[in-house]
Design a protein around this ligand. Structure first.
Ligand code: ATP
Ligand code: MG
Length: 333
């Protein structure tokens, strides 16, 4: 089977540790294992809830590209492109819209949850409510069948598969089933203890954070509110510091020992926080160094995006020709 991987980020802010463990790590692995690999900067999707903030979206296009490059996504193996520059995606979105109902979109747990978080109620922008449809088009325009994502995106992919299935049933077999790839940490909690670290919630440690920023954020982290004195027994479940140590500290035996000590009492928050600062700084410093190379040469990043977008457009045109053919809207050829 032709294996094609596609992933993307919304250019709504710099990327954080949640992106790394939830998706980027898998992107890097999969670009070596798959015949074709695409990375999309989802500026059209970012505008669905940032219509009045075009500067924010624009400025973050380069930021998310640099984050991915710094982590090791390789433009020689992965085609980097910008969503808005591929009009075929918008075209496919229009055809897909006929295959979904408003009721189904409103029932999508991710959409529901994000609408609540943004306080939209019934006054939700139509584009935002529709974003699962456009995300189906993002993936299927490139006939991608493998999508590494965080847990929050699973209901969106489920809906994309429904759309692909209905399209194939009505017009003919064009699209493969999409398989999601989740990681060992499909959802990283925020530094505030919120279930999800998210750009929109501003509760992240960013891949580009300096050591000083990491220090500030870790020292302010939520641990266990009942752990007031060093001698007090503390809780490790739901404790952000231990959650992160479990993921990022490679010395599992020492972390297990620290947990035991913490539960018994006698281990202060400052000790575990200092350890986490070192662990995260060691993890992020090579990324930070590679990022600095791109930061000092943004034209290089723009060139990567332009070349990739041109390649992606050619593939998109081929898919749309096929789509219009089976839909019987190919009048002049
Ligand atoms: P926004 O708040 O603007 O939606 P976001 O932080 O949710 O931003 P996205 O650009 O929407 O980030 O997501 C990009 C990818 O990263 C998706 O695959 C998503 O599932 C994954 N991801 C985002 N946050 C996390 C997290 N905290 N844990 C694991 N994966 C995550
Ligand atoms: Mg998101």
């Amino acid at each position: 089977m032709n294996k094609t991987v596609l992933t993307g980020d919304r250019p709504t802010g710099k990327l954080h540790l949640g992106h790394y463990v939830g998706s980027i790590e898998n992107r890097i692995r999969l670009q070596n294992e798959h015949e074709k690999s695409f990375y999309m900067i989802a500026d059209v999707q970012a505008l669905t809830d940032n219509a009045e903030n075009p500067e924010k979206v624009r400025s973050n296009v380069l930021e998310v590209a640099m984050d991915n490059l710094a982590c090791g996504l390789d433009p020689e193996k992965t085609t980097f492109f910008i969503q808005s520059q591929i009009p075929e995606i918008a075209e496919l979105t229009i055809y897909f819209m006929n295959l979904v109902t408003l009721a189904r979109l409103r029932r999508n747990p991710t959409v529901k949850n994000e609408m609540q978080q943004k306080g939209y109620g019934d006054d939700v922008p139509a584009g935002f409510l529709m974003y699962p449809v456009s995300q189906a088009a993002d993936i299927l325009t490139f006939k991608a069948n493998t999508v590494p994502v965080g847990e929050d995106q699973l209901p969106v992919l489920e809906q994309a598969n429904e759309i692909a299935h209905d399209f194939n049933r009505i017009y003919g077999e064009v699209f493969d089933k999409i398989t999601h790839i989740t990681s060992a940490t499909p959802r990283l909690m925020g530094i505030d203890g919120n279930a999800k670290m998210s750009k929109s919630l501003g509760n992240g440690i960013y891949l580009s954070d300096s050591r000083a920023e990491i220090e500030k954020k870790v020292m302010a982290m939520y641990t266990d509110p009942t752990h007031v004195h060093v001698q007090d027994p503390g809780k490790v479940e739901g404790n952000v510091v231990f959650t992160y140590l479990d993921i990022f500290d490679s010395n599992h035996d020492e972390v297990a020992e620290l947990k035991e000590q913490y539960k018994k009492g006698g281990l202060g928050d400052v000790v575990i926080k200092k350890r986490l600062i070192d662990v995260l700084d060691n993890f992020l410093s090579p990324i930070r160094e590679r990022r600095a190379v791109y930061e000092s040469n943004p034209q290089l990043v723009t060139d990567i995006l332009q070349a990739g977008t041109e390649r992606a457009r050619e593939i998109a045109k081929q898919t749309l020709a096929e789509v219009k053919n089976v839909m019987k809207i190919n009048y002049f050829n």
